[in-house]
Each structure stands twice: as structure tokens, then as C-alpha cells.
Design a protein around this ligand. Structure first.
Ligand SMILES: Nc1ncnc2c1ncn2[C@@H]1O[C@H](COP(=O)(O)OP(=O)(O)OP(=O)(O)O)[C@@H](O)[C@H]1O
Length: 259
């Protein structure tokens, strides 16, 4: 279970000649940009949570806070009872985080990349071998396992990055826009992967702009707008509060309702 409460993160706005620029965004205040102002949600065992919101809403910043790549200014994050802000090592060991960058070494093969990250997590050679075989099956990577990462297609690189993210069998998985830029077949491999994690009972959070993915996979949804959670709940609740049985219209209804 991962639980996020009242999360906030601000960034210093650049100054011009020592003066703070005029506020251009509702999140600009006194020389700070409040990228995340009040985000809350939870995701339990076997649940998939979809993190949605318009461009710039604060999704990536929120996920980076969860992965402890960024430190929040306020709020709390608990994972399986551990306080991630007090114990960031817990996050490194037990959370698998896929960020926007591939994080792969171009001169290593797909397999060497996964093995390298597995060794960083202290996995034994036997466990690593078993895990690689498992992941290569799950993500259909056998065909390009021995190709250099810098010679892989976008879809192959993304599968490789996901394998790297979960090589150490994390208890919680967080994926930032995992299917962006992928063709239908590559996206399907990743969506099947998410479904298999759900079946294993691992809480999984992913951000996306694709509502059909949410409809297919998510048990709950968190919609962020201007850095705030404006909706958190199940799919039926989303349709009810958004005023439409159509997910797209319900999403637009909720986002437009925010002042
Ligand atoms: N390091 C930073 N310094 C200043 N501003 C930042 C920083 N990181 C993010 N922001 C700002 O915070 C806001 C939220 O960005 P974020 O990347 O979290 O949005 P997002 O919801 O993931 O958007 P998208 O859907 O376009 O990926 C944006 O206005 C962005 O410019």
C-alpha cells in the first residue's frame, strides 16, 4: 500500500535583475512556483492507480517525489508502513520507478543493462539469471536481448527500461507515461505487463494521457489540475462526479470544474 497526503513542492522562479517576475500562473506566489500544492491518493495491493491531468498539472513532479528523486516541502508518503521521507533508502530498495528518460547505457546490450542494474541491487547471479529470463518472457525481449541499447527502437528501449525498473522485484511500481510514443503493439506489451503486476498483487501507479488505458486497467484514478488533486476515487465515482458515462467527457467535466 502506498499513501500520499497533502504533498507540496515548490520551485524558485527565476528573477530578472533581482526582481521577481509578475505572476502568470495561479501557482506563482512571492517568487515561488508551487508545482504541487495538495496532492493526495492511495493505492493498495493489487490495485492500479492512474494519475491523470493536463500538461503541466504536476504528475511527473508528484511521481518524482514518490521515488524520492525530489524532496517535498510538505506532506507525507507512506509505503507499506514505512515513512519514505524519513527512510528514502526504503524507496530505493522497494519501489521501482520508471522516469521519462530511458536510463540505459547505450554501449551495453539490453541484457547487460538489466544485469548491471540487478547487480547494483545486490542480486546474486543465479537470481539475476532467473529474473532476466522471466522479464524477457514477460516483456517479449528475447529477440533483441543481445542488441546494444543505442541500436534499439523506441518501443524496445521502453521495454528494456521497464525491465530495468522492476529487475529487483520491487513491492511498489511507479511508471511515468510508460506508453508515450509507442505503437499499438508495443503499447500492448506494456499494458499486459501492468495487468500481470496487478494480478501479482503489487500496487502500481502510472501516469498517462490515454483514457482507454485507464478504462482497461485502473481500479482508481487521481486527477491533478494546477498541482492539486481534484478527483480521487474509483471509475464509477469518476463517471458520477464528471457527469458522464463516457470517461473522456467525465475527465473534461472534472478538469473544467476547477476554478
Ligand atoms: N525543476 C523545476 N523547476 C521549475 N519548475 C518546474 C521544475 N520541474 C517542473 N516544473 C514545473 O512544474 C509544473 C508541473 O510539471 P510536471 O512535469 O510535473 O507536469 P506534468 O503534469 O507531468 O506535465 P506533462 O503532462 O506535460 O508531462 C510545470 O509547470 C513545470 O514547468
Amino acid at each position: 500500500m502506498i499513501e500520499v497526503r497533502n504533498l507540496a513542492k515548490r520551485f524558485r522562479l527565476p528573477t530578472r535583475g533581482g526582481r521577481t517576475p509578475l505572476a502568470r500562473d495561479p501557482r506563482d506566489h512571492d517568487g515561488w512556483f508551487h508545482a504541487v500544492r495538495d496532492v493526495h491518493f492511495h493505492c493498495g495491493p493489487g490495485e492500479v492507480l492512474g494519475l491523470l491531468g493536463p500538461n503541466g498539472a504536476g504528475k511527473t513532479t508528484t511521481l518524482r517525489l514518490l521515488s524520492t528523486a525530489l524532496k517535498p516541502d510538505a506532506g507525507s508518503i507512506h509505503a507499506n508502513g514505512a515513512d519514505l521521507l524519513a527512510d528514502p533508502l526504503y524507496a530505493r530498495r522497494h519501489i521501482g520507478f520508471l522516469s521519462g528518460s530511458t536510463g540505459l547505457y547505450g554501449r551495453l546490450t539490453a541484457r547487460e543493462n538489466i544485469e548491471y542494474f540487478g547487480r547494483l541491487h545486490g542480486m546474486t547471479p543465479a537470481r539475476l539469471q532467473r529474473r532476466c529470463d522471466e522479464l524477457f518472457d514477460l516483456l517479449q525481449m528475447h529477440q533483441f536481448a543481445h542488441k546494444r541499447a543505442d541500436q534499439l527502437s523506441t518501443g524496445m528501449k521502453q521495454r528494456c527500461s521497464i525491465a530495468r525498473t522492476v529487475v529487483h522485484e520491487p513491492q511498489i511500481v511507479i511508471l511515468d507515461e510508460p506508453t508515450t510514443g509507442l505503437d499499438v503493439m508495443s503499447a500492448k506489451v506494456l499494458l499486459d505487463f501492468i495487468a500481470s503486476y496487478k494480478a501479482m498483487g503489487v500496487p502500481l501507479i502510472f501516469s498517462t494521457h490515454h483514457l482507454h488505458e485507464v478504462e482497461k486497467l485502473c481500479d482508481r484514478v487521481c486527477i491533478i489540475n494546477h498541482g492539486r488533486t481534484v478527483f480521487h476515487g474509483g471509475m464509477d465515482q469518476l463517471r458520477l462526479q464528471g457527469g458522464s458515462a463516457d470517461l473522456y467527457d467525465a475527465f473534461v467535466g472534472i478538469v473544467n470544474r476547477e476554478p
